[in-house]
Design a binder for this molecule. Structure first.
Ligand SMILES: C[N+](C)(C)CCCC[C@H](N)C(=O)O
Ligand SMILES: O=C(O)CCC(=O)C(=O)O
Ligand SMILES: [Fe+2]
Length: 412
């Protein structure tokens, strides 16, 4: 199936991408000049408000302050620490190069004070707005139940996972591609769950604790602590920064039901984008509130998170986080009545997609099987159950998981 081989990314229609600081496409004026590099593959011209470079099949536009600001010379940039030395505040905002030259691999710009900046052309391709737009920040395989099942994503086993970096890498690679990943044969204890988790990254302590373990004892003021079914949702939508990763390990269940539901939120978001860019836009622009109010026993918490259902990178409309929890969604008072109806229509379309049976992946968590969920992408839920059921786990900080992935050479 083509979908399996393709790394899909979510991208908006061209008109919904706003370019606040675009360059003027046509140029008149005395500074206009055209040059061709020796091997004829690189063309450039100094336009009035930007430098235009044609190279590597791309037409790129660079702001002049940007070109001064990103100088990688030793006095402007510390390549040992990868930090900028140059004081951006001291650049003349009307700066223009006094001399421009291109050889096979480099662009040389001489600035009014005589300083020379050398840019490798391939570096410019990679770091230009136009070049960046071509590649997704995060390659992903969007899935419904059939796609995920057919992919036969291998689980890793505890022994190997703990001892072999290649296993950790392939686990993280699958996690980044699909938003879920499993480790099998983990001892059914909170301690072992913590150990397996710490192999991936840093635990995020929250109002629920660091490592948590819960049963249906209603010890906290939330439906999770009951035997009731829970429809698909993301957790901690009421945090300004919802938790990046959720870890689940079912330590015991003597009873029926209690299966876990997983749905790829980005797959559904992509369907909305394809069918109705206007609805996608509403879900990515209109901010709404989620809230957790707890007054139970000695727990007193009031959390509020505000943001759109679909969080997208503004420069390419790639979705990076879905915030979807109908239980915890607060009173909508951030939306004028003229938008409310359209927002509900858009929300309904997303809900209909998320609820399609073919998008549902059901798994029964058993002792030994630890599930990692990308809580910014994959929704989880559960079937109602009977009997004693104990689930333990924790949340992870997202930055640190991505950091581990990058340190192993993965794109994240
Ligand atoms: C996972 N753990 C049981 C600790 C907390 C559950 C939090 C549930 C909450 N309604 C939410 O969606 O964030
Ligand atoms: O009980 C479960 O399987 C999951 C409940 C839930 O949604 C949660 O704890 O976040
Ligand atoms: Fe949850």
């Amino acid at each position: 199936m083509a979908l399996l081989q393709t790394f899909l990314k979510l991208r908006g229609s061209a008109q919904s991408v706003t370019r606040a600081w675009g360059c003027a496409p046509v140029m008149v004026g005395s500074k206009r000049c055209q040059h061709t590099a020796p091997q004829d593959t690189c063309n450039w011209q100094l336009l009035d408000d930007c430098f235009e470079l044609r190279y590597g099949g791309l037409v790129m536009h660079f702001n002049y302050v940007w070109l001064r600001d990103h100088c990688r010379s030793a006095s402007c940039y510390n390549s040992k620490t990868n930090q900028r030395n140059l004081d951006t505040g001291s650049i003349d905002l009307d700066i223009r190069p006094t001399k421009t030259r291109v050889d096979e691999e480099n662009l040389f710009l001489t600035w009014p004070d005589g300083h020379i900046t050398r840019y490798n052309l391939a570096w410019l391709v990679k770091n230009s707005y136009e070049g960046q737009k071509l590649s997704a920040i995060q390659p992903r395989i969007l899935w419904n139940s059939e796609i995920y099942t057919n992919a036969k994503v291998p689980s890793v086993s505890w022994e190997k996972f703990m001892n072999c970096d290649e296993e950790l890498k392939s686990f993280l690679n699958n996690f980044l591609l699909y938003g879920i990943a499993f480790v099998e044969d983990v001892p059914a204890t909170i301690d072992a769950t913590e150990t397996v988790t710490k192999r991936v990254s840093v635990i995020r302590e929250t109002i629920y604790g660091r490592m948590w373990s819960f049963t249906s004892d209603f010890s906290r003021g939330d439906t999770a602590y009951t035997k009731l079914a829970l429809d698909r949702h993301t957790d901690t939508s009421y945090f300004q920064e919802p938790c990046g990763i959720q870890v689940f390990h079912c330590l015991r269940h003597e009873g029926t039901g209690g299966r876990t539901l997983l749905v790829d939120g980005f797959y559904s978001a992509n369907k909305v984008l394809k069918q109705s860019p206007e609805n996608f836009e509403l879900l990515s622009r209109v901010p709404i509130k989620h809230e957790f109010i707890e007054t139970l026993g000695n727990h007193s918490n009031h959390m509020i998170g505000i943001g759109p259902v679909l969080n997208v990178y503004p420069w390419n409309n790639e979705v990076y986080m879905i915030r979807y929890n109908n239980y915890d969604r607060a009173v909508i008072n951030t939306v004028p009545h003229s938008v409310a109806q359209r927002w509900y229509v858009a929300h309904r379309q997303l809900t209909d997609e998320l609820r399609k049976p073919e998008n549902e992946l059901w798994v029964k968590l058993k002792p030994g099987k630890v599930l990692f969920i990308d809580n910014w992408r994959v929704l989880h839920g559960r079937e109602s159950f009977t009997g004693l059921r104990q689930l333990c786990g924790c949340y992870l900080t997202r930055d640190d998981v991505l950091n581990t992935a990058r340190s192993l050479g993965l794109q994240a």
